[in-house]
Design a protein around this ligand. Structure first.
Ligand code: S3P
Length: 166
């Protein structure tokens, strides 16, 4: 089983992916980290050098061509489900889990904004307005996930139980 964790920046995809993979005894794959290793650039540097459109193409290609082991947990970038047919591809190739949080919860968790090119230089007030707007756009994609779970204070055991129940 391949598990794809999706959701907005700051919802805890990378951390939850590591914890869940430990529980399942399987590898964890962080697609942003795969791109960073492959390109030799941070995501912010990649955006700066080639722009967002090029990043979205590369992100989609990486999602669809990565040599996944049969069982693994995959952390995806926050925008990935919302471009091309990425969401459909994940639903066909694994189990998708939307780690849902409210905009104020996300603001409280997004401290390191400089490494995220879309959030650079935003104060709390601007960030809250930005998240509310972006989430309205992105929720129709995120909600195509097979499992939608409240991710605030979510522990890996509860996440594993939900996966096994579905
Ligand atoms: C993005 C989220 C980031 C990264 C890029 C764009 C987005 O991943 O892929 O900065 O559009 O929401 P995280 O969700 O892991 O921060």
């Amino acid at each position: 089983m391949k598990v794809f964790l999706i959701g907005f920046m700051g919802c805890g995809k990378s951390t939850k992916a590591k914890q869940l993979a430990t529980r399942l005894g399987c590898p964890v794959i962080d697609l942003d980290a795969v791109i960073v290793a492959q390109e030799g650039k941070t995501i912010a540097e990649y955006f700066e050098a080639y722009g967002e459109d090029s990043f979205r193409e590369l992100e989609s290609k990486t999602l669809k061509t990565y040599p996944y082991p049969a069982t693994c947990v995959v952390a995806t970038g926050g925008g990935l489900p919302c471009f091309f047919d990425n969401m459909e591809w994940m639903n066909e190739n694994g189990k998708t889990v939307y780690l849902q949080m409210t905009p104020p919860q996300l603001v409280s968790r997004l401290h390191n904004r400089e490494k995220r090119p879309l959030l650079k230089g935003m104060d709390d007030e601007k960030l809250l307005a930005f998240i509310e707007m972006k989430l309205a756009d992105r929720n129709p994609f995120y909600n195509k996930a097979q499992i939608v779970i409240n991710a605030f204070d979510l522990d890996a055991e509860t996440l594993e139980e939900r996966l096994k129940a579905n």
